[in-house]
Structures are given as C-alpha cells and as structure tokens.
Design a protein around this ligand. Structure first.
Ligand code: NAG
Ligand code: NAG
Ligand code: NAG
Ligand code: NAG
Ligand code: NAG
Ligand code: NAG
Length: 746
C-alpha cells in the first residue's frame, strides 16, 4: 500500500498532494494495442445532443468498419458544452480519424495527479466581512477532485433554500453516498476507462480526503470548534459559506485523474451552470491545445465561467509551473503566520524543536534513543538503516525506542512504528515548510539539529529523549512555499505565471472518516478535520475569492474577475522570496479589496486566440478551442505580441545580450469604480530598466468607460536567467490598480 502510494504521488500523500507535471502516464503502447483517445469535432451541434451523439457514432464507425464495433469502441460523447468524443482505438484507427475533414484533433488520453481556518482571517476575509447573501446563495462552485463527504458539517444543507433556478445539475444516490442536499447540489463521478479502482468506490464519495478538503476551503459552511486533535482550533469555513457546491469526481485513488474524465466533468459542469471551477490537479504540459485542463477551461471561459487551477508543487525549480494557460488563474502557495512544532527533550537536559504534527502525549518522561544506522538488521542494510527504510532495521534493537533517521523517502515513522519503535526524529533540510502528520510520535529537524542529536547519542551510554505533542507557534509571513512551482512560464515568454499566491501551508479543512490521517497501514488517527499543504490548498482559496467577487458582480466576465483579484493583491517581499514574481505573481490575494478594483483589464475570446497566434500556434491547431479550423492566424493583427492580450501583468523576455530590448505593452482598462474618476500612473522601475507610460493620467466620466494606454519598457542586457521587476500602479483618490512588470533574460 505504502509503496504504491509513493509511486502514485511521488511525494507524501499526506503532506503535499502533489500534482505531477508534464506528459504523464501515456502507457507504453504495444503494437496494435488499443488505447483511449479524445477526438474533437466542430462546435456546431451543441445543444442537439441526440444528433451530435449520432454524428460521433457515424464518424467512429467509418474507421472501425461497422456500427457495432463503433459502439464497442465509443467511451463517451461530449455533447453538452463542446463537440467531442472519447473512444478506445488502435493507432491505425486514430490516424485515420485524424485525417477526416470533420475531425479537428485526436489526442491520446493521459492521466494526471492531484496536487484552512485561520487562513481566511490571515488574508483579510473575517467572518464579519460584508457579504451579498442573496446573490452568494445563487453561486455554484464546481470542483474537479476526489469526491466529497456529504456527512461533513461543512456541507450540511440546513438553512439553505432550494438550488438556484438556473441550476441544471444532477445528483443521484450512489454507493456510500447519502445523496445531495441544498448545500451539495451536484455530485457525480466520471470513470470512463471502465477499470474499477481497487482502492476507491464508484460513487462521488471521497475516500481520499483531498476533494472534501478543497471543497470546504472554497465554500464550506461555518463550523465552530474545528480542530485536529486539539490543534489549529478555530472556526472552519469557506470563502463563500452560503454558496452551493457541485463535485465532479475525476480523480481516483490508484489511477489519478484522466483527460477523458476531466473533459466529461467540464462538459457537465458548463452545462449544469456552475459559476467557478476549481482544479487542484496537475497540468498536461506546455501546449495549450493538447492539455485537457486548458482546453476545457477555454470552453468554460466562453461560457463566462472562471477556472482556477493550482500552479504545481515542483518548486523551487525554475520553470516548473503548470496550468499556465492565459485563460486560467494559476495559483502559487504561500505560508500563513502559524506553524506546528514539536518540542523534543533530550536526556542530557537539552531541548530541541522540530516541525510537524504529532498528536500523541508521551506516557513516560524519557525513552531510549538510537540512530538508525546503529540498529541495522545486518551489515548490508547499514546505509538504508541510516534512513530507516523498510527492511533495514533490526526490530529487537528498536523496540520501545525513539529512532533518529535521515530523510530519504516518506514513511520512516511508519516503518519504525511497525517494528515496535515509539517515535521518529527525521533529519531533513528540504521539506521544513509544511507540517508532516506523523502516525506515531515524530518530528522533523534540520541537519544542524540532527547532528546535535547524533552527537548526543554517541556521547553517552544510554541516550534518551521524549517527543511532546505538537503545538502552534508563530512564524513571520507571508512567504512563498518552497514546494510551490516557479516561473518563468514554460508555455509563453510574454505571460507572467503564476498569477497570484494564496495560503497553501498547513491549512485546516474538512476530511473524510474513510481514511486515517496519513493513510498508512497501522495509523489509527481519524479526524473530521485535518491539515494539508500544497498548491492544491491555495487554489480553492482563490476560487473562493472569485466566487466572492462574483456574488457582488454577477455579470463580470472571467477576465474581469481575474483582473479584480490580481490588481488588488497585496505585494509580497522580494527580500523574503528571492524568486519574486516567478514565485508569487502579483502577490497575496486580498479578498475584500478584490470586490472593488476601480479598473479592470478585460479580455475577450478573440484576444486569447490572437495571443496564441502570436505565440506561434497555427490557426488549424487552435481547432479544439474555437471549434472550427477556420482561424487564419496571418489575418489577425500582427502586433508585437506584448499587446495581443489585455493581461493585468506585463512580462518582457530579453531578446539580446548586447543591446537594450524595447517593448511596447498596449493595455485598455474599463472603469468599474465611480463614474467620475482620475487615475495617475505611478511607476517603479528596477535598475537597468526604463519604464514610461503614455498617457500618465486617465480620466473617466462614466461607468464602463474604457481608456487605453501604452507602457514602453527599455531594458539593458543582463545575465542569463536573471530577473528584475517593477510595477505600474494606476492611483485614484480611492484605488490603486497595480500591475507588476517583469523583465528576464532567458
Ligand atoms: C460502504 O460502507 C460500508 C461501511 O460503512 C462498507 O461496509 C461497504 O463495503 C461500503 N460500500 C462500498 C460499495 O464500498
Ligand atoms: C527543557 O524542557 C523541559 C520540559 O519542558 C524544561 O523543564 C527544561 O527547563 C527545559 N530545559 C532547557 C535547558 O531549556
Ligand atoms: C537549523 O535550525 C537552527 C535553529 O532554527 C538554525 O540555527 C540552523 O541554522 C538551521 N540549520 C540549517 C542547516 O538550516
Ligand atoms: C452588468 O449588468 C449591468 C446591468 O444589467 C450593466 O449595466 C453592466 O454594464 C454590466 N456589466 C458588465 C461588466 O457587463
Ligand atoms: C489568411 O490571411 C492572409 C492575410 O489576410 C491571406 O493572405 C491568406 O490567403 C489567408 N489564408 C487563408 C487560408 O484563408
Ligand atoms: C493626479 O495628477 C494631477 C496632476 O498632476 C493632480 O492634480 C492630482 O491630484 C493627481 N491625483 C491623484 C489621485 O494623485
């Protein structure tokens, strides 16, 4: 079980909820073996479900030879929100399909991986914040995740009226799923490949805990006295506690989340009438027209739905960011001002402190202490024993003892406990940002402290120690999590990603009682709430803010809501976060300010297409997005690229290491503040960069009025991979509308 989890999530399931990047898991294709493919057709028959499904069958049978073979091959017809189907095909059949006129694209199905509540107070959305309750209760948030726990207090239906009139979603009775109420108004699962998952249940029920956690962070009810074994005590709640939740289960315990299922969830969610989609799942590579998360989000955008996605947990490596399409909101993870520590008392009277959550009160004042390497099973297992790996330790020598282990892979505390040990001190310099939950008394210390403990162990004949139950401690914040994926954007030189940062470290939110806290064999800890860390947790924070903004501005476009959230963010410190905008985007989300941004940068569908043309996508390759092959990129205005997209940030990638690079960003803002307003430009330019804005002042005399301006950036050459940043702020007497300007050398 444990090793399977490791290979599935690649980092600790219970700590990071990792999203995996890149072209994942296309199973090695053996000759002639049939595989799943997603096939996009033109957009026309949407809303004529029967005829679209018939067309799909006709198209498919023309390559399978017979109608009955096509019936066997067909997996799913996407007919509600876009025109596509999924089928099991040989590579020959896929090839034939891709040559047909009415077929826009044929892509192999791939599998993706997954990537509370003090955090709302920390970012300035207290329980007492102003709400538009009537409108909030008409908001429906859709999550693509591992399912949901309907019994959870976060999703009780009492006090809610019937679902909003616009709602077309459904919710059935499923195995171990008691059905919906007026809070959870939609719950479905998608498992189109037909392979039962031995560790999961064919039902929207959440056996993993991830989906329950993200849903309650986004829109959970107000639940007083939430805690994890007494830790992180407080009132748990989502950003929009009055909003409704619709769960689309697309992630499965041992299979991950597949393209076909994610597309089916989009097809349903768009049709159902969700307002916001939150996706804490890994993206599918740098290409926006083959990544199903990006493709689905484009169709959502066309329907006025904003999609928010996690940036990934592969930081701090540069360029590790995923889900970076220009119509997605890409969220990095930051820390709040709380951490969980465990005090450790050593037999020599010294006290040390480690990071992590240990829910156990010690029964004795001291236990014998050993180092893993000294209690190896035999001489051959010595190196593995240093890291307390499975099979390396001698049970007789660790029974009743605390063991010091060098971190190599997750689960040493489980190994030590199963062999009769009573606690683990893990030494590690990498993962000290977030609290790991231990299944037995345990804590994580850095290498300096680890050496102190090791020196003590070898300084006396009977070393001893005790690990106390964890407690909360203060920590300076905000800061970007080391695991949060970093820019620059591998998909585009002209687009800054991530967009924004939100809390994603040690977030308390609802959990499932179907799984122990760690999911490890032998763990007996169960809790209705738990702590999780990852960009998976920061994503629903921003999705929640999007829903909050939408409850005040129901008819704002996806880009308007994103702009409001981004231009009002609280700048973060470049001193604390060396990767600056590549780590935090515009900074930390600021929910209450986002409701009143003053000005917005709006973007329409055609501008996104024009942007992709500038990026070098051919018109025909954009077919899965626009629904036809009719885009002619060369006929679209041949701008500079920097002005193709009215984005609320600006990024310049230097063209030369000898001469200065000059770029002109053209932008247009729309007045959503008071009718009569004047905004003046405030420019902050880093060393070696000149920034000028024309005009320097924008005056508005009515609502929804638009004004255009140009930002000219002239940047001197700099060393490769270096990045500097400044900003443009439009300031009126009431608002500051801020856009970072990033210059980097590729
Ligand atoms: C549903 O839960 C019960 C225990 O509450 C369990 O015995 C049963 O096997 C579960 N059903 C399925 C389909 O897993
Ligand atoms: C270490 O902690 C123990 C128990 O909390 C306390 O009694 C003792 O004074 C501490 N020792 C030092 C050196 O701080
Ligand atoms: C470990 O933590 C201690 C105390 O916080 C600190 O002084 C030391 O520099 C840290 N060592 C490393 C390698 O980070
Ligand atoms: C939203 O709707 C109102 C009234 O229906 C209209 O005045 C306003 O222009 C609309 N705003 C946007 C951004 O479409
Ligand atoms: C695309 O547009 C260009 C410029 O307007 C034109 O010359 C070309 O013929 C068009 N191509 C097609 C296939 O329509
Ligand atoms: C904008 O600039 C004008 C002219 O310099 C000045 O009169 C006005 O006070 C400024 N407004 C703000 C909000 O700074």
């Amino acid at each position: 079980m444990w090793s399977k989890r490791i290979s599935f999530h690649s980092l600790p399931l219970f700590l990071f909820y990792l999203i995996l990047v890149g072209p994942v898991c296309v199973k090695a294709d053996e000759q002639n073996q049939k595989k799943f493919y997603v096939v996009f057709l033109g957009d026309h028959p949407v809303n004529h479900e029967d005829s679209a499904a018939k067309t799909h069958m006709n198209v498919l049978s023309s390559v399978t030879g017979s109608y009955s073979d096509a019936e066997k091959a067909m997996v799913y017809s996407y007919t509600k929100s876009f025109n596509a189907f999924a089928a099991k095909l040989s590579s020959d059949e896929a090839e034939k399909l891709s040559r047909m006129d009415q077929v826009l694209s044929v892509t192999p199905n791939r599998y993706h991986k997954l990537h509370t509540t003090k955090s709302w107070n920390f970012i300035g959305l207290p329980l007492t914040a102003r709400r538009n309750l009537k409108s909030e209760s008409d908001i429906v948030v859709g999550l693509f995740d591992t399912g949901i726990t309907p019994e959870s207090q976060s999703f009780k239906g009492e006090g809610f009226g019937p679902p909003p009139a616009k709602w077309k979603g459904t919710c059935g009775h499923f195995a171990n799923f008691s059905g919906c109420n007026n809070k959870i108004i939609g719950a479905r699962y998608f498992k189109l490949d037909g392979n039962p998952d031995p560790d999961d249940i064919l039902s929207p029920v959440d056996v993993d805990g991830h989906g329950t956690h993200t849903s309650s962070t986004l829109a959970g009810n107000v639940v007083p006295d939430a805690n994890l074994y007494g830790l992180a005590k407080g009132t748990a709640r989502g950003a929009v506690p009055s909003a409704r939740v619709s769960m689309y289960k697309v992630c499965w315990a041992s299979f991950g989340c597949s393209d076909m299922d994610i597309l089916a969830a989009y097809d349903a969610a768009i049709h159902d009438g969700v307002d916001v989609i939150s996706i804490s799942i890994g993206g599918g590579g740098a290409n926006y027209v083959s990544d199903c998360i990006a493709i689905g989000a484009f169709h959502a955008m066309k329907n006025g739905i904003i999609t928010v996605a996690s940036a990934g947990n592969d930081g701090p490596s540069m360029g590790s960011i995923v889900n970076h399409a220009p119509w997605l909101v890409t969220v990095a993870a930051s820390g709040i001002d709380r951490q969980f520590i465990s005090k450790v008392h050593l037999g020599n009277g010294k006290n040390i402190s480690g990071i992590g959550v240990s829910t156990f009160d010690p029964k004795k004042t001291l236990y014998p202490l050993v180092s893993g390497i000294d209690v190896a099973r035999d001489s051959e297992s010595k190196e593995n024993a240093r890291s307390c790996l499975q099979g390396s330790l001698d049970p007789k020598k660790i029974k009743g003892k605390i063991v010091l282990c060098k971190f190599e892979s997750w689960g040493s505390d489980s190994v030590v406990k199963r062999l009769g040990g009573v606690g683990t001190i893990l030494e590690n310099d990498q993962f000290l940002d977030a609290a790991q939950i231990f299944m037995a008394p345990g804590t994580m210390v850095n290498s300096t402290i680890g050496q102190t403990v090791d020196a003590y162990i070898h300084s006396t004949r009977s070393p001893s120690a005790v690990i106390y139950k964890s407690e909360e401690a203060q920590k300076p914040a905000p800061y970007v999590a080391s695991f949060s994926s970093r820019g620059p954007n591998p998909g585009s030189k002209y687009l800054l990603k991530p967009d924004i940062a939100a809390p994603g470290i040690d977030i308390l939110a609802s959990y499932t009682l179907l799984k122990s806290l760690t999911g490890l064999d032998g763990d007996t800890q169960y809790s209705e709430f738990t702590l999780m860390s990852g960009t998976s947790m920061s994503c629903p924070h921003v999705a929640g803010v999007a829903a909050y903004v939408k409850s005040f501005h129901p008819n704002w476009s996806q880009a308007a809501i994103r702009s409001a959230i981004m231009t009002t963010a609280k700048p973060m410190s470049q001193r604390v976060n060396a990767d600056a905008e590549f780590a935090y985007g515009v900074g930390q989300v600021n929910p209450r300010k986002a409701v009143n941004p003053g000005l917005i940068y709006d973007v329409d569908e055609m501008s996104y297409i024009q942007f992709l043309c500038h990026e070098g996508y051919s018109g025909s390759s954009l077919a899965p997005l626009v629904g036809s092959k009719s885009i002619n990129c060369s006929s679209l205005i041949p701008g500079l690229g920097y002005d193709a997209l009215n984005y609320p940030t600006m990024q310049l990638s230097l063209k030369s290491n000898k001469q200065p690079t000059i770029a002109v960003f053209r932008r247009t803002v729309t007045n959503v503040g008071p009718a009569n307003s004047i905004y003046n430009a405030t420019i902050r330019a880093p060393k070696g960069v000149e920034i000028t804005v024309k005009p320097m002042s924008l005056s508005f005399s009515h609502a929804s009025q638009k004004r255009s301006f140009q930002v000219v950036v002239k940047a001197n050459p700099m060393a490769s991979r270096q990045m500097v940043s400044g900003s443009l702020g439009w300031k009126s007497s009431r608002y500051t509308v801020r856009s970072p300007i990033v210059v980097y050398s590729p």
